[in-house]
Design a protein around this ligand. Structure first.
Ligand code: CU
Length: 577
């Protein structure tokens, strides 16, 4: 096509998209968000009854004037992102209706540039055709089967116009009590939907059964999400130190400048109250003076790292950590301390932290902040910023939920502690990134998560070849290197692991995670930084095919993901891989 007609058609398409966007904005936004500076609302709780929780959820999208897209999960009454509360052994019956519509979404939803041949060689589950508005659900952290209508993200696609899709998830009777979550997981489009706000909490009840320190405490669910900057063209606040000129990283986000200040890659929100750059007006939390509460914090950001702290008059306070990634830190049993007191808490995208907070005394202002995270030369800018002011008031309303006062103790875990089991084998994997044109730092980047010895290739949704084959019943050590200059967050579906070593140095972490940072390469180290993990493939629930990936969703969408198959224990012994 010659240049002039191409330009005319391009302009016409742009005008049509803008028109559709304007029309859409005449309709009410199904995903309204509170104003900056608002009180932090609590998500609505949906609790199981007689062992069953039935949920009718729909997912909606709405274009914002700035070209970004709100995406939200709604109940019939318009409530956004309810918290699903179930007991171990309960059944979740969730119907998800895709109500997203293609209205002015050209700009935002079509940014993903991946091959739409999603269904590929595997049997589709749901409607296998792929559009930019396809969705599905991942139940992050649950040890449940990676199967159709359960926790499958590889073949499940729910389209606009499809009948509601039924998820039937049995919470395992031995699922550790804690904070899990749900979010969409369609390869190539995860970031757009999660960044738009598609996420919610799922709580396996009974953390007070594992930990006497939280018995009868009021509890508060806090979900930190990220979103495109509300004021991308604003100059930093005058109170900020002068920082180097803003640079863009390989993903197109504001690059880490190493100072802790400057324009961030994304704005955070807390329970949907935005805290926008450049003046970061904090949201508001009210507590009774000196009150103890359990804060259950989910980092549902697409790409933003958090390092949480609570300050009273700028002084960091002690936070009593009781669970990480849905698992009580004393899950191992024995003499493991049930509470670990720290003064800040790193939370990668996708991770959860549950901790005891003691509210400020009357008249003392408190502040929940995220401190800057050094994401490496190639990483995003996650500067220091407040999230919420904490006001103590004698008449502060109590949170809507309180943990039981007389809990029955939790039974011991059914299997020996994973850290005490000798690994069947050791595998090596590595994160890497490659510029399409090495001589042009602005050329497109491909993201890889490769098993050592295999040829690096971005995740191919049409391939059914597993990168790793594991036998159910085994325990394995994986050493994961980072050969790129930015921080990545390793996550595997269906199971948890123990972090054993950080760049070859043993760490003392007698607890489990499902996401861990893999430190970045700075170009001068003699060896690539790494983590050593002990992965637990013993639960028969996890037999099947699922994924491991970087939880920075733009990395995952761009290929930083691999396929793993867990074979039944009684199948023929798999060859060493
Ligand atoms: Cu990454």
């Amino acid at each position: 096509m010659r240049a002039a007609p191409a330009i005319i058609i391009w302009c016409l398409l742009g005008w049509l998209a803008a028109e559709r966007g304007a029309q859409a904005r005449d309709e009410p936004d199904p995903c309204p968000r509170p104003a900056a500076g608002s009180a932090v609302p609590e998500p609505k709780d949906l609790r199981s009854r007689n062992g069953i929780l039935r949920v009718e959820l729909s997912v909606h999208n709405y274009p914002e004037p700035d070209g970004s897209m709100h995406v939200c999960y709604l109940l019939a009454d318009g409530t956004q992102a309810p918290t699903l509360r179930l007991n171990p052994g309960d059944l979740l019956l969730l119907h998800l209706k895709n109500e997203m519509v293609e209205r002015g979404v050209g700009a935002a939803m079509d940014k993903a540039s991946h091959d739409p041949m999603m269904a590929g060689m595997r049997a589709p589950c749901g409607n296998g055709a792929m559009t930019t508005l396809s969705t599905n659900l991942h139940f992050h952290g649950l040890t449940v089967p990676p199967l159709c209508h359960q926790d499958d993200v590889l073949n499940t696609l729910i389209q606009p116009g499809d009948a509601a899709f039924e998820y039937r998830i049995r919470i395992p009777p031995d699922e550790p009590p804690g904070l899990y979550w749900y979010h969409p997981h369609v390869h190539g489009y995860s970031k757009l939907q999660v960044l738009g706000g598609a996420s919610g909490a799922l709580i396996v009840e009974g953390i007070e059964r594992a930990n006497a320190a939280v018995v009868n405490l009021p509890e508060r669910v806090l979900i930190v999400r990220d979103q495109d900057l509300l004021h991308p063209d604003a100059a930093p606040e005058k109170s900020e130190p002068v920082v180097p000129k803003m640079l863009i990283d390989r993903d197109g986000d504001a690059a880490n400048n190493g100072t802790g200040f400057g324009q961030p890659a994304k704005d955070p929100s807390i329970n949907f109250v935005p805290v926008p750059y450049p003046d970061y007006p904090p949201a508001a939390i009210t507590m009774k003076p000196d009150e103890r509460q359990l804060w259950r914090v989910l980092n549902a950001s697409a790409i933003t790292y958090l390092d949480l702290a609570v300050l009273f008059r700028r002084v960091p306070q002690r936070l009593g950590v009781v669970a990480i990634d849905g698992v009580p830190i004393n899950h191992r049993g024995g003499s493991t301390p049930p509470v670990v007191w720290v003064d800040h808490l790193g939370v990668p995208p996708g991770a959860r932290v549950e901790f005891i907070v003691i509210g400020p005394p009357l008249g003392v202002p408190g502040l929940l902040v995220t401190r800057t995270v050094d994401t490496g030369l190639g990483g995003e800018n996650d500067p220091n910023r407040p999230l919420a002011g904490i006001v103590s008031a004698a008449d502060a309303p109590e949170p809507i939920s309180r943990l039981s006062a007389n809990p029955k103790p939790l039974p011991s875990p059914p299997r020996p502690w994973v850290g005490d089991v000798a690994p069947t084998r050791v595998r090596r994997l590595y994160f890497s990134e490659k510029l399409e044109d090495p001589s042009d730092p602005n050329s497109a980047t491909t993201f890889y998560l490769t098993v050592e010895g295999q040829t690096p290739a971005p995740f191919d949704p049409s391939s059914s070849v597993s990168n790793i084959v594991v036998k159910q019943g085994d325990v394995e050590d994986w050493i994961i290197e980072n050969r790129s200059t930015e921080l990545h967050a390793f996550h595997i579906h269906q199971l948890h692991f123990q972090l054993l070593e950080w760049s070859g140095v043993p760490v003392n972490e007698p607890f489990l995670r499902d996401i861990v940072n893999v430190p970045y390469f700075n170009g001068r180290m003699l060896q690539y930084p790494s983590v050593r993990l002990r992965l637990d493939f013993r639960d028969p629930n996890i037999v099947g095919t699922f994924v491991y990936h970087c939880h920075l969703l733009e990395h995952e969408d761009a290929g930083m993901m691999g396929l793993i198959r867990v074979e039944p224990a009684d199948s023929a012994r798999v060859a060493a891989q």
